[in-house]
Ligand binder design. Structure first.
Ligand SMILES: *Cc1c(COP(=O)(O)O)cnc(C)c1O
Length: 459
């Protein structure tokens, strides 16, 4: 009860505030000094409020400290992805390999030879750092990395097809997500789009009949995020390559995800491999750095030396250039492929390869923390990120049937620190351990236990 005779006496000391379990947890996360400072500010605010009204403000001092800390929190922060969607675009796509993070630190904390040739002691190019590894892994003559795949495509079209025609199948005029549509990118590049075939069927002869003296290239776009089934036909890349070669055109292949490992080895449908496109004769193969490649945000173009050189020289290359931190991370990620250890070192592939039994054991431990509200059920993880549509990996989830409804419980999970993002299905909350790092299990279990225990206890 508040001692209304002297409300100042009801104010806790800074030390007592810091001993509160919730404030102590905040201090672990943000640093003791910074939280002590916050506590002093809040206490000062309470003293002014008491001076003005002779009574203690309504929220508890602890709540006020936590609320103030919340408003000072950086907007972009780590979250726990318990959705089971491995490449979750809204949650930042691919988590980076450890070596990639170390590489970022090495080149970002000080200066680097980003555009400096150490042998010659003169100006170099940022493109030199990835060229060799890209060629080694993909089999291409040359490679370039830019800001993301959308800009790689824009740059390829601008540099190689300016004011000329680009032929594309109607079945491939796709929207990738976030309102990004292939025909819009083509328009921005000042290339002219020539549509051939129908939504479900396009033949090599459709492309052949559309070629004029203004044609610069044939563009193939991988239908990353949907599947056309039934009466369908799209020519093999080798067929398009033969046509392009015969008529002196370029063949551009936008793979989107750009797998470098064979997804079939993991029980998934085949996703086109970058190496296969290069081998089949594509002049430029385009793919993302942060989808199935499992690295930082980037767009990669691998292909014929002349075409890549034209992209490097184009003025747009400067506008869409990749930064040093991403080059470092991408180089480290690609190195895992070069060494044949990507399946173990690249988190995206590690998650794809996780054995179901290991996932189930973790789901069981999580459910154990939920008391009567928790159970373990079979579920399906997905690869996501515009790859392998309709494909899933058998998994196990901790399923919570919360007393106050799934929406409210999911919101409480998101309010945890770090926030936990789960899926709602069938009025229950599903948490799939496949996409949760082992180091985060303790936080998930503790949060589930805290949210589901009897009201009032330990809150
Ligand atoms: C995802 C995707 C893109 C865009 O890649 P970003 O790296 O997100 O810019 C382009 N084309 C295809 C086919 C895609 O799947």
């Amino acid at each position: 009860m508040v001692d209304s005779a002297n409300p100042y006496r009801d104010l806790p000391s800074v030390d007592r505030l810091l001993a509160d379990p919730r404030v102590a947890a905040l201090a672990v996360e943000r640093g003791h000094e910074s939280v002590a400072g916050l506590a002093r500010e809040v206490l000062e605010g309470f003293r002014s409020a008491i001076a003005a009204s002779a009574s203690l403000p309504a929220p508890s001092v602890v709540d006020a400290v936590l609320a103030r800390a919340e408003t000072l929190r950086p907007s972009l922060r780590r979250v726990v992805n318990a959705t089971g969607v491995i490449i979750h675009t809204n949650l930042g796509r691919a988590p980076l390999p450890r070596d990639a993070i170390d590489a970022i630190e090495r080149v970002s904390a000080g200066y680097s030879n980003l555009e400096f040739d150490l042998d010659a002691g003169e100006r170099g190019t940022r493109f030199s750092h990835l060229d060799q590894t890209l060629c080694r892994i993909t089999g291409a003559e040359a490679g370039i990395a830019v800001n993301n795949n959308a800009s790689a495509l824009l740059l390829a079209l601008a540099a190689l097809c300016r004011d000329r025609e680009v032929i594309i199948s109607r079945g491939q005029l796709v929207e990738i997500g976030g309102g990004f549509r292939i025909p819009d990118v083509l328009r921005q590049s000042s290339a002219t789009l020539v549509e051939v075939g129908t939504t479900n069927r396009t033949y090599v002869r459709d492309y052949a009949e559309a070629i004029t003296e203004r044609t610069a290239a044939i563009l193939r776009v991988h239908s990353s995020n949907f599947r056309v089934v039934g009466f369908t036909e799209q020519p093999a890349l080798s067929g398009l390559a033969a046509l392009a070669r015969e008529r002196g055109l370029l063949l551009l292949d936008d793979l989107g995800s750009g797998a470098l490992l064979d997804t079939r080895a993991f029980g998934l449908a085949p996703e086109p491999l970058v190496q296969d496109s290069v081998r089949a004769g594509a002049d430029v193969v385009l793919f993302s750095g942060d989808k199935l490649l499992g690295g930082p945000q980037a767009g990669i173009a691998a292909g014929r030396a002349e075409a890549i050189e034209a992209m490097r020289r184009h003025p747009l290359a400067r506008a869409v250039r990749i930064d040093k931190a991403s080059i470092a991370a991408l180089a480290a990620t690609l190195d895992h492929y070069a060494k044949g250890e990507a399946e173990h070192e690249v988190p995206v592939w590690r998650m794809i390869a996780l054995p179901t039994a290991a996932i189930e054991a973790r789901a069981r431990r999580w459910a154990g923390a939920c008391g009567d509200a928790g159970s373990v059920e079979a579920c399906e993880s997905t690869v996501g990120g515009g790859s392998l549509p309709g494909e899933s990996l058998p998994s196990s989830a901790c399923v919570v049937a919360p007393p106050d409804g799934a929406e409210a419980f999911a919101a409480s999970l998101r309010a945890a620190s770090p926030p936990i993002v789960a899926r709602i299905h069938d009025d229950r909350v599903w948490l799939d351990p496949r996409t949760v790092d082992l180091s985060e299990d303790e936080h998930v279990e503790a949060t589930l236990a805290r949210l589901l225990e009897a009201p009032g206890r330990g809150r």
